[in-house]
Design a protein around this ligand. Sequence first.
Ligand code: ADP
Length: 482
Amino acid sequence: MQLKDQTLFRQQAFIDGQWRDALSGEVIPVTNPASGAQLGTVPKMGAEETNTAIAAANQALPAWRGLTAKARATILRRWFDLMMEHQDDLARLMTLEQGKPLAEAKGEISYAASFIEWFAEEGKRIYGDTIPGHQEDKRLIVIKQPIGVTAAITPWNFPAAMITRKAGPALAAGCTMVLKPASQTPFSALALAELGRRAGIPQGVFNVVTGSAGAVGNALTSNPLVRKLSFTGSTEIGRQLMAQCAQDIKKVSLELGGNAPFIVFDDADLDKAVEGALASKFRNAGQTCVCANRLYVQDGVYDQFAEKLQQAVNKLKIGDGLQEGITTGPLIDDKAIAKVQEHIEDAVSKGARIITGGKPHALGGNFFEPTILVNVPADAKVAREETFGPLAPLFRFKDEADVIAQSNDTEFGLAAYFYARDLSRVFRVGEALEYGIVGINTGIISNEVAPFGGIKASGLGREGSKYGIEDYLEIKYMCIGL
Ligand code: ADP
């Protein structure tokens, strides 16, 4: 692996300020999804190493939470600066282990860094309240305090941003953290830990444990020193982790699966809608939890939209993300390919028609052709399940109330999108969609200043924005008698 700063490529876990191997000496190989080539290995740690990291985070807690918010912000600001300084290396590392095009990886690094910058500032504004007393001789004060040692478990689709969205608010609030990154993309996490070390984050405040998901996850959820878990990943694992956290009544934040509807009404600006659909559906090869999963297009513009989308999708360039001009990289693994194929076969067997793509790409490996299906029936699997791949199924609808009902007919509630110009409709539909995030006339909704999160089976809590730090705070009410 060639980096400008070779020391950002770390193949050991980071515990209590030190680089460490697994006690067993075992390792997990990490491969490049574009080629299948092995990039390196990381330690396969388990419960014992995780408990060591938790003990270190607990040890580091009093001094870290005892600093002023400004002192913590200064360190976090340095972490942000170092991430931006090393943006090229971090992006290259990410493309190698995750597959996304280099330009997208660079974008993710600045997006990831923005959470550190934002929360460094926000940490200074953790205000409490003074409540007018309920009795003449009482004074009531509310303060907010860091929750304590926190744990984070993150996925492979955004190897840097899913970490900084959690570590930023946690550290800014005065919490310490033990992170388990996805085993497919641990090098991005370890490079962030190295930059955090250089920024001056004290030993034990931010730890990265790589290894067996089950063993590390069990230790994180069963150790009573951990007061909060923040998880981003599948609903299935989220449900399991939440149940494990029930034992100690740990606070949990969950960013889980979605099944985003993307609605195009007759009065939409179709070119903008195509642009938004392309970004929302095909970014990261369709592997984001806010990706459009079902595209509902109103009868009057259905054919025109399908044709315009087809033209746009045909311009996508598939290939190794390190190559110039590539817009769409490989999927993460063969299971991801199988899921896309399953959704296509199911829809086609029920009457849908492929107008673009539809099969594994000629490049082989984990590459799949960006695909558009038309005339997809309401009972297709893709209407219920998240594809997490480059498949755009187009459903036809006639009536506004009907499309809202179909959009809401899912256990998920993360992101929804719609394109319309009628102002009354914008408010009506925006308010009726049962989702945590609604993109109106835009396909891109994520940023550090706005609250990201879902309702229903899509999760609990919010990340980013002034709300994101609340997840790492406890409220204390002090009742003072005079
Ligand atoms: P994805 O389909 O995005 O990989 P997962 O929910 O399987 O979603 O994985 C997200 C994160 O959760 C990864 O870091 C993964 O290693 C971790 N994980 C998977 N299974 C478990 C488990 N049983 N306990 C704790 N963490 C887990």
